[in-house]
Design a protein around this ligand. Structure first.
Ligand SMILES: [Zn+2]
Length: 83
């Protein structure tokens, strides 16, 4: 019997251990250049999961569209209605 890992944050489908899934995260990163390896080295300072999606939901999104939506979100809470 499969063991449950989590549920899809969009459709609620069970995601079992061993299943592929899509995770959208917010990472705070720092980039450095290593002269030893001649490559960029990225350090993840903090990582926060935004949503976990089943393969069906996660793969139905166009990543360019997600970027465009994020660019439309105000950063000053001006879109929050206070009743
Ligand atoms: Zn789903």
């Amino acid at each position: 019997m499969d063991k449950i890992f989590t549920k899809c944050g969009r459709c609620g489908k069970i995601i079992n251990y061993g299943n592929g899934y899509v995770s959208i995260v917010r990472n705070v990163e720092q980039a450095d250049f290593s002269i030893v390896t001649n490559n960029d080295e990225i350090t993840i300072i903090d990582s926060q999961e935004i949503i976990t999606l089943c393969g069906s939901c996660g793969n139905s999104f166009n990543t360019d569209t997600i970027g465009q939506i994020i660019n439309t979100i105000p950063t000053d809470n001006s879109n929050i209605n206070i009743n």
